[in-house]
Design a protein around this ligand. Sequence first.
Ligand SMILES: [Zn+2]
Length: 312
Amino acid sequence: MRVRRLKQILLFGPYMVFLIALIMCVVLFGMVMRQNRRIEAMEEEIGHISMNQDSLIEEVSSVTSSVDELGSAVGAISNELSLVDIGAYEKGTQQGHARVAWPRKVYLTFDDGPSANTEKILDILDEYGVKGNFFVVGTENAELRKMYKRIVDEGHALCAHSYTHKYSEIYSSVDAFTEDLDRLYSLLYEVTGTEPVAYRFPGGSSNSVSKIPMSEFIKVLDRRGIRYYDWNVVSGDATNPMLPAERIVENSLSELSEFEEAMILFHDLSNKTSTVEALPEIIEALQESDIPIAVIDDTTMTIQHYINTKSK
Ligand SMILES: [Zn+2]
């Protein structure tokens, strides 16, 4: 009986071992498979997370491009706004002071001083930081003579306009003209220590008062190397009765656009108070248009009536 059992054990033993090993294999295989599934699930989850990340990045970039679009839209709008501004500005200048866009330079010239207004004119020019051109006559008044010096000291152009300003005397002969010229030049040199920058004929080089051709007087200036200037814009302040300041402003600015360099004629005379009154507005209009206000120098264009009338 024992032997039979032993035989049975010996016979079935290997089967049992094989069976156990098989069962263990199946169990292990199942475990491996389960682990694999878990790994796959985890991988899927990771993929999902990175997909989320990708879509997040996409969203951020779309927001950024929206911001960019918004920026360029703002740029376009501000461009249009500035165009609107320019339009309004041009309209404003056309309706107001006239279009003063062209002149490269404007010369403010004051004839016939010094006078009771010279200090006021100089103060206004100083206040706006601009320079003027003073075509002065001779005076015996010691107080007024100080103005020649102040004009030079403050950087304005001191120019000559005859000593007496009396047409009948100055234009009576070449000698009389020369004598008057010398008298004024000596006085100005004596007071300021400098020569005048330029000359302006009383009544201009195109005046019809002189019986002697103006070319004779121009020769005198040429021999001395003196340049003369007339004007191309008239403020109208010479008229009687005196023009109101608004009209002087209007006259001074309305024709400027016709000239590359504009030389405006004003008068520095005691009774010309509206000229003083008009000056700040004229300067402000020029400064707002960025037009330089200049002093006469070697680079100044030839603004001469005599030559202009001859060439026509
Ligand atoms: Zn004059």
